[in-house]
Ligand binder design. Sequence first.
Ligand code: ADP
Length: 366
Amino acid sequence: KKRIAVMTSGGDSPGMNGSVRAVVRMAIDRGCEAYCVYEGYEGLVQGGDLIRQAQWEDVRGWLSEGGTLIGTARCKAFTERPGRLKAAKNMIDNGINALVICGGDGSLTGADTFRGEWPSLLEELVKNGDISTEQQKTFQYLNIVGLVGSIDNDFADTDATIGCYSSLGRICEAVDYIDATAFSHQRAFVVEVMGRHCGWLALMAGVSTGADFILIPESPPDRDWEDQMCDIISRHRKLGKRKTIVIVAEGAHDLDLNRISPTKVKDLLSTRLRLDTRITTLGHVQRGGNACAYDRQLSTLQGVEAVNAVLEATPETPSKFIAIIENKIVRNPLIEAVKSTQEVAEAIKAKDFKRALDLRGPEFAE
Ligand code: ADP
C-alpha cells in the first residue's frame, strides 16, 4: 500500500486543517495509507512520534478550525543536507514515499530541493548502512506536491492561497468595529495589517472597507504623498465624512524604500489635520479564528487534487503545486512559481515598482 504523508510548514493560515483533512481522507479513499508529519520539517528530521498514521476519524471536525492542528515550525536543520538525510531516513523507516506539503514559498522550495536530492540521499544512507539496497530500490523516487498556505496571498501563478480570504474577512470585520467608534468620536485610525512583502491584504481590505488611503509595498506613494494624503482626507472630511481610515501594510515604504510606519502617518494626521488619531495594529488576530467558507472549499478541493497529483506523478515530471486559476483547480509547475514570487521582492528591492505590480497581477494594476 502506498503511504502518503501530509505536513504543514512555515507560517500558519486558516484552511491548513482543511487541506490536511482532505489529503488524509482522499488518500484513504484511494486505497493508500495516510500519515501526518507534526511540527513541519522538524517532524521529518526528528521522526519518532512526530510521524504518525492518520485514520479517517482523526481529522473529524478539522474543516473549520483555524491554524494548524498538526503544528508548524521553522526548521534550520532541514535547510542543510545532514538534516534532509535524517528526514529521508525517517520517511523510509515509516514506509513513506509521497509527501504533500502545505506552506509558503520557503517550505515549497525546501520540498523541491529534497525531492531533487532524494536519489543521492538514498545512496548515502545505503553507504552508511542505514537502509538496505532493497529499500533503496523500493523508495527510489520521492513524489511531492505543494499546497500554498499563506494569509498574504503572495504566491505567483495562483489566484488565491489557502487562508488569505479568512484573513481578509477578519481584517474587514476589525475595520468595521473600528469604524463604529471612529464615527462616534470623529476620529482617524491608522490600521496596520500583515504583509511584509505583499500588499494584497492591505489593498483588498482598503477596497472592501472604503478606506481613505492605502499604503502597500508594491506601489509606494508619490514623493508628495504626505500632501496628497492630507488633501484627500481633508476633502473627505469637508464632504461630511466623520471618520478616517488609513490602511498600512507592514512592509509599506516610500519611493526610496524608507519604511512608512503607522506612527508617521498618525503624526501627519494629528499635526497637519488636527485629527484625533489612533493606531490599531491588528497583529495575529489576522491569522486566527475559523476558516471562512472559501478557504474550507479551497483547501478541500486542492487537498483532493494534491492526492491525485502525487499518485500520478512520475520521476520525470517537475514538482507541482496545486493552484486555483479563474475558479479552476489546476496543477502548476512549482519552481517557476517560486521564482516569480521571489522576483516581486527583488523588483521592489531594485525599486522597479512597475514590474512588481505587473508580477502581482491584474487586481493590483487597476
Ligand atoms: P514559508 O514556507 O511560509 O515561506 P519559511 O520560509 O520560514 O516559511 O520556510 C519554512 C521552513 O521550510 C524553513 O524553516 C525550512 O525548514 C524550510 N525551508 C525554507 N527554505 C528552504 C530551502 N531553500 N531549502 C530547504 N528548506 C527550506
